[in-house]
Design a protein around this ligand. Structure first.
Ligand code: B12
Length: 424
């Protein structure tokens, strides 16, 4: 991923390359897939694996050991003298054909944490990819609109193993989109219903509104507690500009908030704020929309991001380039504090988001989060929640979001956790 771990990766690789120049260094994942050239320009990175990694990494190791040809490794980018060669990505292997993860080889206790879902929560990916092509999303470059999934039987087997061997009672399904196939999800729900596991996953608003009540009931029975959806925007025109696709619409988001209230599942809606061409208008409309969501379902979590380009030609990226945006060309530039901030999607350093717009977003966020404290923070006691609500009530009622210094001070005292940075 881009972000805080990048400086560490650069530093470690630089040192390894100096100490052990013969050791090949391979990068993979979201960041190298999107910014292959910048990564391979570094003298301390030899290879980049783009897209899915399991098979490609094994193939590369075989070639490096046995002396085969690099062109045969799917999705590999490599240096041939001055030139960089990009091998095509191969068909994605079926996830059921990949071996089970060897959990016993890692200290699993370190990957099991208490949170809103359970006392012993861990993560699992049941699928890879997403068939949509939203113009702000890094998944598109990674999966190129393909989607492959573990069968319900495989998912059941993995979860049973996690429960019986490690005492897991909560699972975050970290899939790019867990809910693409209703039949698969319904069967998974039936198969894991007796496990006593609470779970969380991400899905599209339109997909979830399309699900039958019977499937929703099965999901609830099986322990679904919270569900993340990209609401993205307050208007259908903005959704179209984002190339959200499907049947996504702002009114459907409101309907999902209502439906999830009925089923007792907490929705987590994320927004991509301040997109060109009218960032200020977009921000104001989104604030109003969020207030409507909260009226319908006060438990809904709200996560505010600002549009941060991903290198997808066409759509928003073209508009961003027209406004003077350009990605760094070297890793050294990427690890600078300014680009680290940008990678966090909070709006720093984007030509179309001036200080005033960023300030408005942060102030609004501060007031909403105080008036509706997150349900996911298990350390927030009832009186702390009450205090936050009391202190912010007048601001929320009067829509007076400016300069909320007292709330900032309060958030310092009552250590407040943002869902997007803690895993929810
Ligand atoms: C879990 C998660 C988090 C967790 C991370 C928890 C943790 N401790 O790891 C939390 C909630 C903390 C988080 C935070 C953030 N996240 Co996040 N997160 C994810 C999520 C849901 C899953 C990532 C994951 O672990 N996948 C499982 C691994 C196994 O899969 P994978 O990364 O795809 O890896 C495969 C290939 O990429 C490849 N591969 C990966 N690494 C390597 C290495 C080598 C050598 C090789 C050969 C191959 C290879 O092989 C793997 C198997 O096929 C993704 C969305 C998604 N579903 O993928 C977003 C995602 C990665 N996050 C994203 C963002 C933006 C953020 C934040 C910036 C949000 C914010 N504003 O705070 C922060 C940044 C945090 C940081 N430190 O950088 C974006 C990245 C955008 C981008 N441009 O790249 C994503 C893609 C979501 C999105 N759709 O936009 N995130």
């Amino acid at each position: 991923m881009p972000g805080p771990q990048l400086p560490q990766a650069v530093e470690v690789c630089r040192r390894v390359k100096t100490a052990l120049p013969h050791v090949p260094i391979v990068w993979g994942g979201y960041f190298p897939t999107q910014h292959t050239r910048a990564v391979l320009r570094a003298p301390y990175v030899d290879f980049v694996v783009r897209s899915q990694g399991e098979r490609a990494l094994a193939q590369l190791v075989d070639v490096l050991r046995g002396g085969g040809i690099l062109n045969a490794v799917g999705g590999l980018s490599w240096k041939a003298g001055e030139k960089i060669v990009d091998n095509p990505v191969q068909a994605l292997p079926s996830l059921d054909d990949l071996p089970d993860l060897p959990y016993h080889r890692v200290p699993m206790e370190r990957y099991i944490q208490p949170n809103y879902l359970g006392r012993r929560t861990t993560a699992h990916n049941t699928s890879f990819g997403c068939p949509f092509a939203c113009s702000f999303c890094a998944v598109v470059a990674m999966a190129n609109r393909r989607w492959i999934a573990q069968s319900p039987a495989r998912v059941e087997r993995v979860l049973r193993h996690l429960v019986s061997t490690y005492g897991v009672d909560g699972v975050q399904m970290h899939d790019m989109d867990f809910f693409i196939s209703e039949a698969r999800v319904a069967e998974i729900a039936d198969r894991i219903a007796d496990l006593g596991v609470s779970w969380w996953a991400l899905g599209r608003v339109d997909t979830l509104m399309h699900y039958s009540d019977a499937t929703w009931r099965a999901m609830v029975r099986s322990g679904l507690k919270m569900l993340f959806s990209g609401a993205e925007a307050a208007s259908d025109a903005a959704l179209a500009r984002m190339n959200k696709g499907g049947k996504a619409s702002a009114s459907l988001t409101l309907e999902l908030a209502r439906r999830m209230r009925e089923f007792g599942v907490v929705p987590e809606f994320s927004f991509v704020l301040g997109s060109p061409p009218d960032p200020l208008g977009d921000v104001a409309a989104t604030f109003e929309f969020i207030r409507r969501i909260k009226r319908i379902n006060p438990a809904a979590e709200i996560i505010l991001y600002t549009y941060t380009p991903v290198p997808l030609e066409g759509g928003l990226y073209d508009e961003a380039k027209r406004r003077g945006f350009a990605f760094p060309e070297t890793l050294e530039e990427w690890v600078s504090p300014a680009w680290q901030q940008l990678a966090l999607r909070r709006g720093e350093g984007l030509p179309w988001l001036d200080r005033e717009i960023r300030r408005r977003i942060r102030n609004f966020e501060r007031v909403v989060n105080a008036f509706y404290p997150t349900t996911t923070d298990v350390t927030l006691t009832a009186w702390r929640r009450g205090l936050l609500k009391l202190a912010s009530g007048w601001r929320y009622a009067l829509q007076c979001y400016g300069a909320p210094y007292e709330l900032r001070a309060l958030h310092h005292v009552i250590r407040y956790q943002r869902p997007e940075t803690t895993g929810f």
